[in-house]
Design a protein around this ligand. Structure first.
Ligand code: NAP
Length: 282
C-alpha cells in the first residue's frame, strides 16, 4: 500500500486565502516587519517567500536587509522601534544571525505579543501552560498537517526525532497537550529505529537527508518530515520519501509539506498578533 501524500501547498493555500478574506474585513491592515542580517542565501529565499505571502495576504509589510556587520546594539534599537510602531503587529527576525550577535538576546527583545515566530522565552515557556500566546509556526504547522489526515492524536504513540527549542520540543509539547504518548529522540539516542518503529505518528526534525528509512517506520504511520536538506540543486527531507511512502499511511513531501504550512501559520500568527495588540496597552 502506498501512503497518501499530505499536500502542504494545497492546505497552506486555502489558509492564506482565508487570511486574505479576514484582512479584507479589517479596519487596520496587519503589519509585519521582516528583518534579515547579512546575505545567507537560504535566509534570503525564506524572507522573499514571507514577503510574497504577506503581500498576497494584503498585509502592510516592512522589510529590513541589514549589513552582515550590523552591531548587536543597532539591531536591538531597530527591534525597539518596531516594538513601539503601532503599524507593526508582528516582528520576524530571520535566523541564523551572524555569529557576533546573541540570537537569544535579540529574539527575547521582541515584545511577546509581536513575536509571530513564537521564539521568545515567554512564548516558548507558555507552551507549558494552556495559555499559549503565539506558538512557533512550524510546530503549529506540524499539528495541523497531522490533523488534516483525520488522525485522532489522543492516545497515539508519537515519536519526535529532534529536540531543538524551535521545532522538536514545541512539537512534542503540543502533541502531549493533545494527549499523545510522547517519545523524543535526539543525537544521543541509541538505536532510534527501536522507537520510530512503534510510532503511530512520526515527526522528524533533524536536518540529515534520508535519516529515516523504510524499515524504521510502522505500517500505516503518519510521517511528518520537517527537515530541509540541499543535495546539489534539489531539496530533500530527513525521510527517505520514495521508500517510506510504500509503508506509511500518510506522508509529507519535501518540498511541499511543512514548509508552505509554516509560512501560512506565520500569516495566521500575524492576524493573532493584531488581535493581541488591541488587548495590550500601547
Ligand atoms: P537543530 O536545531 O539543528 O536541531 C536538530 C536536532 O536533531 C537536535 O535536537 C539534534 O540532537 C538532533 N539530531 C542530530 N543528529 C541526529 C541523529 N543522527 N539522530 C537523531 N537526532 C539527531 O535543527 P532545527 O532548527 O530543529 O531544524 C531541523 C530541520 O528542520 C532542519 O533541516 C531545518 O532546516 C528544518 N526546518 C524546517 C522548517 C520548515 O518550515 N519546513 C522550519 C524549521 C526547521 P541534539 O539535541 O542531541 O544535538
Amino acid at each position: 500500500m502506498s501512503a497518501k501524500i499530505i499536500d502542504g501547498n494545497k492546505i497552506a493555500k486555502s489558509i492564506i486565502e482565508s487570511v486574505k478574506n479576514k484582512v479584507k474585513s479589517m479596519k487596520e491592515k496587519p503589519g509585519l516587519a521582516l528583518v534579515m542580517v547579512g546575505n545567507n542565501p537560504a535566509s534570503e529565499v525564506y524572507v522573499n517567500f514571507k514577503e510574497k505571502d504577506s503581500k498576497e495576504a494584503e498585509f502592510y509589510c516592512e522589510r529590513y536587509n541589514l549589513d552582515e556587520k550590523t552591531g548587536e546594539m543597532d539591531l536591538l534599537k531597530l527591534i525597539n522601534e518596531l516594538n513601539r510602531n503601532p503599524k507593526i503587529h508582528g516582528v520576524l527576525v530571520q535566523l541564523p544571525l551572524p555569529k557576533h550577535i546573541d540570537e537569544k538576546l535579540v529574539t527575547d527583545s521582541i515584545l511577546p505579543h509581536k513575536d509571530v515566530d513564537g521564539f521568545t522565552s515567554l512564548n516558548l515557556g507558555n507552551l507549558l501552560s494552556e495559555k499559549t500566546i503565539l506558538a512557533p509556526a512550524t510546530a503549529i504547522a506540524v499539528i495541523k498537517l497531522i490533523e488534516s489526515t483525520g488522525t485522532r492524536i489522543e492516545g497515539k504513540n508519537a515519536v519526535v526525532v529532534g529536540r531543538s527549542n524551535i521545532v522538536g520540543k514545541p512539537v512534542a509539547l503540543m502533541l502531549l497537550e493533545k494527549n499523545a504518548t510522547i517519545t523524543v529522540c535526539h543525537s544521543k539516542t541509541k538505536n532510534i529505529a527501536e522507537y520510530t518503529k512503534k510510532a503511530d505518528i512520526l515527526v522528524v526534525a533533524v536536518g540529515k537527508a534520508n535519516l529515516i528509512k523504510k524499515d524504521m517506520v510502522k505500517e500505516g504511520a503518519v510521517v511528518i518530515d520537517v527537515g530541509i536538506n540541499r543535495i546539489g540543486n534539489k531539496l530533500v527531507g530527513d525521510v527517505d520519501f520514495e521508500n517510506v511512502k510504500e509503508i506509511a499511511g500518510f506522508i509529507t513531501p519535501v518540498p511541499g509539506g511543512v514548509g508552505p504550512m509554516t509560512r501560512a501559520m506565520l500569516m495566521e500568527n500575524t492576524l493573532k498578533a493584531v488581535e493581541l495588540s488591541s488587548r495590550v496597552l500601547q
